[in-house]
Structure formats: structure tokens, C-alpha cells
Design a protein around this ligand. Structure first.
Ligand SMILES: NC(=O)c1ccc[n+]([C@@H]2O[C@H](COP(=O)([O-])OP(=O)(O)OC[C@H]3O[C@@H](n4cnc5c(N)ncnc54)[C@H](O)[C@@H]3O)[C@@H](O)[C@H]2O)c1
Ligand SMILES: O=P(O)(O)OC[C@H](O)CO
Length: 346
């Protein structure tokens, strides 16, 4: 691929890490951020001390706060902004976007109140924009250190998915394509809620059995909602689905898991978010996920439990007891629905 000009909106941990990837792939890379002070520090120190310390940033990566300069003749715009801020950020830069620019979202969440996925926010805010989503098991701390990582680039058009794949793919970052935008977006957003729950279980002092249960039953309920919303079930068995859920439920890099651990240890939500100091998407998406489940008449017991814990202030012990003592169930949906599988009479 010919070198392109790429603007990353948001210089947190993920935006900065992806900036290093794009630069090492030979693209002209610009990082746009709100804070003049942060931009100056990054220009002078060639590091992102707050969000990704100890990672050296190449001299050629440009840091800036002026949206007009950041978006001047750019080929693609990477949205690396926390979900709840994406709309306002797009409104800020909108006058400088052009219809030829591809918008690639890398944030993982669902907007509160509107219950919009990011592709829907982009559709509303930037009419006619081409869109792709890049997701999968990928902690910034490892990608920025060139540790082998796999991702999924999803777009409705094969050409856009492959263009996104080519922009990011390199010997340490392997990117697959997928046509299922809805599935990839939902998988990335909803796994954060489950990972927050897995962290809570760890914080309480529960063991590996509990974590495995949350991962397995977590992907089952994510896929159930996804299917109802038109996603492909295969997506949930892939990198953006079970792959990302595994890494987020098990890694000490995970902001969602670490936040859950602090809650499980008895800290308040306020203390927890302040201690993490970066976005904990699962906390903000839990609400929207709960509402979507209600709207689509889909059972999502773990997500509901997290929602109740966060918003109905139910004590953790009560939430766990309620989850474990629900009505007994079949594991397979087909059996639960009375289809397939012949049981022996005795
Ligand atoms: N960190 C990771 O490893 C990782 C990996 C994959 C996906 N993601 C996703 O990427 C998104 C960003 O996560 P992160 O970890 O980089 O978050 P972060 O908390 O490290 O950084 C967020 C950045 O966005 C900036 N920001 C917030 N509101 C803004 C606005 N209105 N305009 C401009 N900038 C704004 C903040 O100043 C900050 O620099 C999240 O949705 C997250 O789920 C993160
Ligand atoms: O650190 P987290 O929990 O926000 O997760 C980051 C990525 O989504 C992992 O793939």
C-alpha cells in the first residue's frame, strides 16, 4: 500500500499505540488531542506519560490540537475516543471532515440514552461517511511494544474492510476482515461489561471456575443479543467475540477488569474510576446493554446483574446469589427452545 495520511482522534492509550503502528507501517501519522499541555509534553518528551508511559514515540508522529491542521488532506480518521465522547468530538471536527475520508472506529461501547453503536453515531453526525470498525483482543500496552496481536476490520464494503486491513497490518499486527459490522461492534462493547464482572469476581476472591463461567456464559448472552440484532453468530466465536472477551477478562492490562477488582474489594465506583484514570467503558455501556436486552426481549443475566449492582446499588453478595440461584436452564439454546436433540426417555 502507498503511504497514506492518517489522523488519530484521541491521544489516550489506544490512540497513541495505534499511532505507533500506523507510523511503523510508513503512513504520515497525526495525533489530535484536546489538551495543548498534553500536546506540548508529547512533542517535547516523545512519550505519552499519562496514558502510555515508557513507550518512545517517533519524531515523525505529529501531535496537534488544531482540528483543521489535523484533518488537512487526510485519507482516514481513526476514532480513538471514549464512546460517550465520540459524538461531541465528531461535532468539534465536523467542519474539517470531507466525504472522501474513511472513518475507522476503534472505541468499544454503546452510547448512553440513545443506545447507538458508534457506526450509528457516525451516520448521524457525518452524513455519507465511509465507515469501518477495528476491534479484537488488543491491549495498547502490548501493541505499542510490538507483541504479536490479531484484530478484525469490519465494514459493509469488502473494499473498505481490506483497505483498513492494509493500513494496520504488519508482522506483529495481523488483521482479518469481516462483513459483520453490527456483530463486531456489539461484541467489542458488551465484552467490557462482562470483563468488569470478571474483575469483581476476582476482587471478591473467587477463583478460576468463576472466571471461566463468566467468560463462557458471557459470550452466550452477548451472542443471544447479537443474533436478535441481526449480527452473525460466527462473529462471537471469533477474535472480536470470544477472543476479546478472554483477553479482557484475564489481563492485568484491562481497565475494565482492574476496575471490577477494585469494586469487588469494596471500593466505591467513584474511587475506582479515579484510581484507573482511563476510560472504563463497561461501566458506561452496562446501562445501554441492559436496555437493549429489555428492548429485544433477550435474557442477559450477567449484564443485568452488573447493571443492578451499578445502578440499583445491590450488594455484590446479593447479585452473585441471585445469578447462581436463577431458575435451572438447559445449556443449549436449541434445547431450551424445544428444538433438536433427542433425549433418551430414561
Ligand atoms: N486501551 C486499550 O488497550 C484499548 C484497546 C482497544 C480498544 N480500546 C478502546 O478505545 C477507546 C479509547 O480508549 P483508551 O484506552 O485510549 O482511553 P484513554 O482513557 O486511555 O484515553 C482517552 C483519550 O480520549 C481523550 N478524549 C476524551 N474525550 C475527548 C473529546 N471529546 N475530544 C477529544 N479527545 C477526547 C482523552 O483526553 C484521552 O486522551 C475506548 O473505547 C476503549 O474501549 C482501548
Ligand atoms: O483495557 P480495557 O478493559 O479497556 O480493554 C481494552 C481492549 O478492549 C482489549 O481488547
Amino acid at each position: 500500500m502507498e503511504p497514506k495520511t492518517i489522523t488519530v482522534l484521541g491521544a489516550g492509550s489506544w490512540g497513541t499505540a495505534l499511532g505507533t503502528v500506523l507510523h511503523s507501517n510508513g503512513h504520515r501519522t497525526r495525533l489530535w488531542m484536546r489538551s495543548e499541555q498534553q500536546a506540548q509534553e508529547m512533542i517535547e518528551q516523545r512519550t505519552n506519560q499519562r496514558y502510555l508511559p515508557d513507550v518512545q514515540l517517533a519524531r515523525e508522529i505529529e501531535m496537534m490540537t488544531d482540528p483543521e491542521r489535523a484533518l488537512w488532506k487526510t485519507d482516514a480518521v481513526v476514532l480513538a475516543i471514549p464512546t460517550q465522547q465520540v459524538r461531541v468530538a465528531l461535532q468539534t471536527v465536523n467542519p474539517y471532515l470531507s466525504p472522501t475520508m474513511l472513518i475507522i472506529n476503534v472505541a468499544k461501547g454503546i452510547e448512553k440514552k440513545s443506545y447507538c453503536r458508534i457506526s450509528q453515531i457516525v451516520e448521524e453526525e457525518v452524513k455519507g461517511a465511509s465507515f469501518a470498525v477495528l476491534s479484537g483482543p488488543s491491549h495498547a500496552e502490548e501493541v505499542a511494544r510490538c507483541m504479536p496481536t490479531t484484530l478484525v476490520a469490519a465494514a459493509r464494503s469488502k473494499q473498505i474492510a481490506e483497505y483498513t486491513q492494509d493500513l494496520f497490518m504488519n508482522p506483529y499486527l495481523r488483521v482479518y476482515t469481516n462483513p459483520d459490522v453490527v456483530g463486531v461492534e456489539l461484541a467489542g462493547a458488551l465484552k467490557n461489561v462482562i470483563a468488569f464482572g470478571a474483575g469483581i469476581a476476582d476482587g471478591i476472591g473467587y477463583g478460576d471456575n468463576s472466571r471461566a463461567a463468566l467468560i463462557t456464559r458471557g459470550i452466550a448472552e452477548i451472542a443471544r443479543l447479537g443474533k436478535q440484532m441481526g449480527a452473525s453468530l460466527n462473529t462471537f466465536a471469533g477474535l472480536a467475540g470470544i477472543g476479546d472477551l478472554i483477553v479482557t477478562c484475564t489481563s492485568m492490562h484491562s481497565r475494565n477488569r482492574r476496575a471490577g477488582i477494585l469494586i469487588g474489594q469494596g471500593n466505591s465506583l467513584e474511587e475506582t474510576l479515579a484510581a484507573i484514570g482511563m476510560v472504563v467503558e463497561g461501566v458506561f455501556t452496562a446501562d445501554a446493554a441492559y436496555e437493549l436486552a429489555l428492548h429485544h426481549h433477550v435474557e442477559m443475566p450477567i449484564t443485568t446483574a452488573i447493571h443492578n449492582l451499578l445502578h440499583c446499588h445491590q450488594p455484590v453478595e446479593q447479585v452473585v446469589r441471585e445469578l447462581m440461584t436463577r431458575q435451572r436452564k438447559h445449556e443449549m439454546e436449541e434445547v431450551a427452545a424445544g428444538h433438536m436433540i433427542e433425549w433418551l426417555e430414561k
